[in-house]
Write a new protein. Structure first.
Length: 80
């Protein structure tokens, strides 16, 4: 996935990196904001799409909720 992203956006990545090395640039020595770069400049995610971090966080929350629900049901069975 990373190789494809870099291949598809090589020119834009180069421009962003070069701006951080150019002393006359407003972005000189600034970090690249990954979310801003991907969403606003590379337009990787569409308007109704979710980023990878969002999807992982959502999956983790669902997994935690299911685990808690299962534990609660097991405690209820033991309590009977």
């Amino acid at each position: 996935a990373c190789q494809l992203f870099i291949a598809d956006h090589a020119k834009l990545i180069k421009l962003e990196a070069n701006a951080r090395w150019d002393e006359d640039s407003e972005e000189f020595e600034e970090d690249i904001n990954v979310a801003e770069f991907c969403e606003e400049k590379a337009r990787v995610c569409g308007e109704n799409e979710k980023g990878l971090n969002h999807m992982i966080g959502e999956a983790n929350r669902k997994e935690k909720a299911l685990k808690e629900e299962k534990e609660e049901k097991e405690r209820a069975k033991k309590g009977r």
